[in-house]
Design a protein around this ligand. Structure first.
Ligand SMILES: [Zn+2]
Length: 482
């Protein structure tokens, strides 16, 4: 059997409103004392009544419109009933058969490919978040758990895709793009590690010939783009192996264990009817008039796709660079700031995508918290242009800048690692090298031009890398040419 991979995603994004979804409590709860950021409404106390925060609606419509959804002019809240200690009402206010947005799409393409793949967006709906359980150690071995209701009632938008992904890599690319879109929209910060963007995936294998769908497995708890790809790949392999052995796939919900790199079974998958959805009696249906949708549509900011195209056109950088630099709003902003300070936009993208991203990833620091600001990066590049330091020295300077947050000029001044600008000093070394390598000089004059690099290398060695390689190159060539 030739199997085709079928993946669908469900993504929750935390909407960045100031107040919670149905009460006046602040959404700024991270780091707050547990259970202090609550009120009778979000604690679900008897007699309290929810009132919809209009900003939540506006942010969700913005998201749905950006994902090319049709907005339902009347949508409704439903109660999704289930008991769990982090859900004090024993139901979650969500949307069921009439979500806010439906039938959208997003186009993606694999890195380096021009081919577009359209991913269907089934729906975008709004719902409230639950609290958080804190387990002593691990959920499976903990002897007790603590509950914090501060997160109860935080507004979420849930984005559900069609099962249109054909590989884990496609799912990863989609998520990167979605995160960038919601960041550009200003509706969500997209921080997966902190849980403001969460992703669940449904995955099954389909017989490519017959086309019948296989049994699907749901995976939860993937809190980085890398984890999503790894977890999905693990699950694809697991299902393929089972099918090859003639086993059946069990419909279940699995948990991705990042430390062990395996998916672990949590429970058999529940069906929608298990939740006994019914219309929320405490809230009126949501009516959205066409004017509001139009107004939001017109006020949408530049989105990553348009920004990418503009980067290619305005900054003359390759498609690959533009794609990467627009993969997060903050990264795009950083790049644009540097381009306003320095003329060579390709040199900028090289340094940002290379050294800067490498150190940021290693230290798990977000670009907007980078110890090297756009101004500092540009100051260092100017030192290279002025010949004060070489490109090679700059890498060491850059590392020191990253680790200490200090300016390039300070670091260069204190460590004395400037390039030799005195030409006579350089000529002396060059002449010594030429004298000491008569065979290489001969070889060069017999047409072996490559030995020049060897001679330049010798000069660099004697000067401890403080000579300007292109200057040395030309100087040696001039001196030994017959
Ligand atoms: Zn509250």
């Amino acid at each position: 059997m030739k199997e085709e991979i079928v993946i669908g995603l469900e993504i929750h994004i935390q909407l960045m409103t100031k107040a919670k979804m149905f009460c006046h409590c602040s959404t700024d709860y991270i780091g707050k004392e547990p259970n202090t950021n609550t009120c009778p409404v979000c604690l679900g106390l008897p007699g309290s009544l929810p009132v919809l925060n209009k900003k939540v609606l506006e942010f969700a419509i913005r998201t749905a419109v950006a994902l090319n959804c049709r907005i339902n002019q009347v949508s409704r809240f439903h109660r999704k009933n289930y008991f769990y200690p982090d859900l004090p009402k024993a139901y979650q206010i969500s949307q069921y058969d009439t979500p806010l947005g439906i039938n959208g799409y997003m186009e993606i393409s694999l890195t380096g490919s021009k081919e577009k793949h359209r991913i269907g967006i089934t729906r975008v709906h709004i719902e409230e978040d639950a609290g958080k359980l804190l387990h002593e150690g691990d959920i499976t071995s903990s002897s007790y758990s603590l509950v914090d209701y501060n997160r109860c009632g935080i507004p979420l938008a849930e984005i559900v895709t069609e099962p249109d992904f054909r590989s884990p890599e496609e799912a990863r690319i989609f998520l990167v793009k979605l995160r960038s879109i919601v960041q550009h929209l200003g509706v969500c910060d997209g921080n997966m590690e902190e849980g403001s963007m969460r992703c669940d995936a449904n995955i099954s294998l389909r017989d490519a010939k017959i086309g019948a769908l296989g049994t699907k497995v749901e995976i939860k708890n993937m809190n980085s783009f890398k984890a999503v790809k790894k977890a999905l790949q693990f699950e694809v392999n697991r299902q393929k192996k089972l099918l090859a052995e003639g086993e059946k796939i069990v419909q279940e919900t699995k948990h991705w264990d990042e430390s062990k790199n395996v998916t672990i079974s949590m429970r058999s998958k529940e069906e929608a009817h298990d939740y006994r959805y019914f219309p929320e009696p405490d809230l009126l249906p949501i009516k959205v008039d066409v004017k509001m949708i139009d107004k939001i549509r017109k006020s949408l900011p530049e989105l990553p796709e348009a920004r990418r195209k503009r980067f290619i056109k305005n900054y003359q950088i390759p498609e690959y660079d533009a794609e990467l630099l627009t993969s997060s709003k903050a990264l795009g902003d950083y790049y644009e700031k540097t381009t306003s300070l320095y003329p060579n936009s390709k040199v900028l993208s090289n340094w940002i995508m290379g050294e800067l991203m490498r150190y940021l990833n290693e230290e798990k620091i977000e670009i907007d918290k980078s110890p090297i600001s756009p101004e500092k990066l540009v100051e260092m590049l100017k030192l290279i242009d002025e010949g004060v330091i070489s490109g090679k020295m700059a890498k060491d300077v850059f590392e020191k800048m990253f680790k200490t947050g200090r300016d390039a000029s300070q670091i260069v001044k204190e460590s004395g690692i400037t390039q030799i600008t005195d030409e006579n000093e350089l000529f002396e070394v060059i002449d010594n090298v030429i004298k000491g390598n008569p065979k290489s000089v001969n070889d060069f004059n017999e047409g072996k031009e490559k030995v020049l690099n060897f001679l330049v290398g010798q000069v660099m060695r004697y000067t401890k890398g403080r000579a300007k390689p292109d200057f040395v190159f030309e100087a040696i060539k001039q001196r030994i040419k017959k």
